[in-house]
Design a binder for this molecule. Structure first.
Ligand SMILES: *Cc1c(COP(=O)(O)O)cnc(C)c1O
Length: 355
């Protein structure tokens, strides 16, 4: 199905001025992609000027959190082009999230139309410095306007974009969260749904008062093994091997996590996906067996962990950043920005539209 391009898109793009200071996710590109699903039937995709949405106040998303999203980037590739990194993984994950919330899955072709069209029309807005990118935010929500708790007959899919600086949270101080949970057994932890993030905020607000940056979530079933952070997956380096929690239904399956596992194995590291007992891990940090730990996700790629706070105690990995994290970060960014050969076939070029 062809994509409708609103005639006002050209003037929105022409009138857009890139601010000097970008930040991360703060500046919005002046266009957005939209498609609507009514009773299981998808409309044609449209590229529109970026604008506020008109939502009925009874729309189900506003009351029952029927919403899911994706986070991905369009990269400036060496030589000047624009590339997407494994976008089919994001499309598949959004299908999984939509199905978990009883929303019609966005067909892969429509998802790809959305991210490709926005990237193509915004090709000039993809910043050029290493680490900068056009951050893409596809999202889907139930908009049927009535207050019954039931699946929504109408859903809307959007893709918005934000030219962004490199996102460097720097070394992170983690708080081992032993009371709150972001996900439940049998819940939505492995889906990228809005409610998970709302559920994480209180823990983060409390730990910030104590001088920490992020919660380290434990498995909601056993309260004993490490799951992940609120928006990033977890790795520890033990005796030179990489260890990451095995997927278990409450962990969100990160594209970065998956890519780092493959990349690390290719670089000769042994990688183990397993249950990681938090007390055992803290003991290994204390004894020096765990020399480094890091979190990973699309926004920052890899962020070293400098401290684990647990009750009154603190545990500090010897190296933050450590050599393994630095090597993997550079190797992944080299592929994403086209400096290294794309050995795994991860990149998809986007043809720019316009001048
Ligand atoms: C998005 C997200 C990640 C990281 O996923 P990437 O695909 O690597 O960006 C990890 N954990 C949670 C909870 C997330 O929402």
């Amino acid at each position: 199905m062809s994509i409708y391009i609103d005639p006002a898109v050209a003037s929105s793009l022409r009138g857009f001025e890139m601010p000097e200071k970008l930040g991360f996710g703060k500046v919005m590109a002046p266009v957005m992609f939209r498609a609507v699903c009514q009773d299981g039937c998808w409309s044609r995709g449209e590229l529109l000027p970026y604008a506020p949405l008109a939502l009925d106040p009874a729309a189900k998303v506003l009351h029952y959190a029927q919403s899911c999203f994706e986070g991905m980037k369009a990269y400036r590739v060496q030589g000047g082009g624009v590339g997407l990194f494994r976008p089919e993984r994001n499309a598949a994950r959004m299908v999984h999230s939509a199905e978990r919330l009883c929303m019609p899955p966005v067909p892969e072709s429509l998802f790809m139309d959305g991210v490709r069209t926005v990237s193509a029309y915004c090709a000039n807005l993809v910043p050029a410095n290493s680490g900068e990118s056009l951050y893409l935010r596809p999202f889907l929500m139930g908009t049927q306007p009535d207050l019954s708790v039931s699946t929504s007959s109408t859903c809307e899919f959007y893709v918005i974009a934000s030219p962004s600086e490199a996102y460097h949270p720097g070394n992170m101080r983690l708080w081992v969260e032993r009371e709150n949970a972001r996900a439940a057994l049998g819940g939505t932890g492995d889906s990228k749904v809005g409610g998970n993030y709302a559920a994480s905020l209180l823990s983060v607000a409390r730990l910030k008062e104590r001088g920490y940056d992020q919660s380290l979530w434990l498995n909601p079933g056993n309260r004993r093994t490490v799951d992940e952070l609120s928006g990033m997956n977890f790795f520890a380096v033990l005796d030179g091997e990489l260890h990451t929690p095995a997927l278990n239904g409450s962990i969100l399956e990160g594209v970065t996590r998956d890519s780092l596992i493959e990349l690390a194995r290719d670089l000769g590291y042994r990688v183990r996906e397993r249950e990681i007992d938090i007390d055992e891990l803290l003991g290994q940090v204390e004894s020096g067996r765990c020399e480094e730990a890091f979190a990973c996700g699309t926004a920052a790629i890899i962020s070293p962990i400098s401290v684990f706070g647990d009750g009154e105690r603190e545990y500090r990995p010897a190296k933050a950043p450590g050599p393994v994290a630095e090597r993997l970060r550079a190797a992944l960014l080299d592929i994403q920005e086209g400096r290294a050969e794309d050995r795994f076939g991860w990149m998809q070029a986007v043809e720019a539209v316009g001048e």
